[in-house]
Design a protein around this ligand. Sequence first.
Ligand code: FAD
Length: 377
Amino acid sequence: MPGPYDVIVVGVGGMGSAACYQLARRGVRVLGLEKFEIGHAMGSSHGLSRILRLAYFQGEAYVPLVQRARELWLETGKITGEPLFYEVGALDIGQEGSGVIEDARAASEKYGLSHELLDRRAIEERFPAFALDTDHIGLYQPQSGFVASERAILAHVTLALYYGAEIHGCEAMLDWKPTAGGGVRVTTDRGVYEAGRLILSPGAWIGDLVPALQASTQVVRQTLGWFSPLRPSLFDMTRFPVFTLEAQEGHFYGFPLWQHPGFKLGSPHFSGEPYDPHLPDRQPSFAQRDLLRACLAKHIPAANGDLLGLKACMYTMTPDEHFIIDTLPGFEQVIVASPCSGHGYKFASAIGEALAELATSGRSRFDLDMFSLRRFA
Ligand SMILES: Cc1cc2nc3c(=O)[nH]c(=O)nc-3n(C[C@H](O)[C@H](O)[C@H](O)COP(=O)(O)OP(=O)(O)OC[C@H]3O[C@@H](n4cnc5c(N)ncnc54)[C@H](O)[C@@H]3O)c2cc1C
């Protein structure tokens, strides 16, 4: 049996790769197991980029976590020499008094975050790509932006290897069992490994590895589109932010041009299109493509060019849309991390740190109470 290891991390995606890095830099002997290649497009973290907004009002625990995450994205980007966080600003657009505006405003005021309220005219003057409804307003957060999600997984793995971690791609965990000494024995399709602790960060496959969570999580397909911009200069990173838009047609989010010639647009679907992560491919939804097209036609006409690409990706939803970061009841040596519900990536760097702290000392500097498994009891 190879090893020995202090910690085995199963699932080297967004969260698992950050955990491997944070463990390895602490001198922990870590083995990361990933069933696909490292940096694949079958899970929840592909599609180049993810929005990082600082004004979070979904719960007290999120703002300190996202602030730390932003620090770590900046720090890790400096270490690897390629930025992982791009501070292009974030603009939330909705009607006055709507949740999207009021929540972001309340969070900004409560946590002293820089922000600016803009009326429709001010938005269209500053960001002429938008054609908004007369009652639209926006809240702009200059310190927000986006994370290079695909690059970040590779960066975390690169650094984890540098610090001595062992990472196995194309190796799936089949089973784990507690050992008499209080550790774990993990069986994969290639071998058997033992460690003192196990971190399960399998994203959409959480129900396979923690069957008790099958009933309380739902995997939902998302479709991202890339469209040929008719006026590319309007979407340049220096003058176009990441945005969310609440419109009559639905909810949308988008990015400035980055690492792709197309304008990237998505529409979050929190329910309604359950998806099986075991399917061999990731077919996008053409209904979602049409919805994206409707948004472009009405609100972002300068990006309403030819379709350049579509990609399907998965959200793993919990009923309250909060994450799961906790030890498994009855097995203190096993930590479960399924931080998705469609908004987890921005936190990945800090969640990796929290997981490393939990695995090495049993506690984290972050308040993780609202992410506990108790709420599903
Ligand atoms: C279209 C889309 C847009 C999003 N937009 C945003 C956004 O703007 N901002 C934001 O913060 N978040 C966003 N999210 C959510 C965010 O991307 C997810 O929360 C995050 O990617 C989840 O990371 P993860 O590590 O849990 O999952 P993944 O990155 O999918 O990693 C899980 C890994 O576990 C591996 N695995 C599973 N089972 C096994 C096994 N048995 N053995 C070995 N390996 C295994 C998988 O192969 C996978 O690599 C978005 C998600 C999607 C789909």
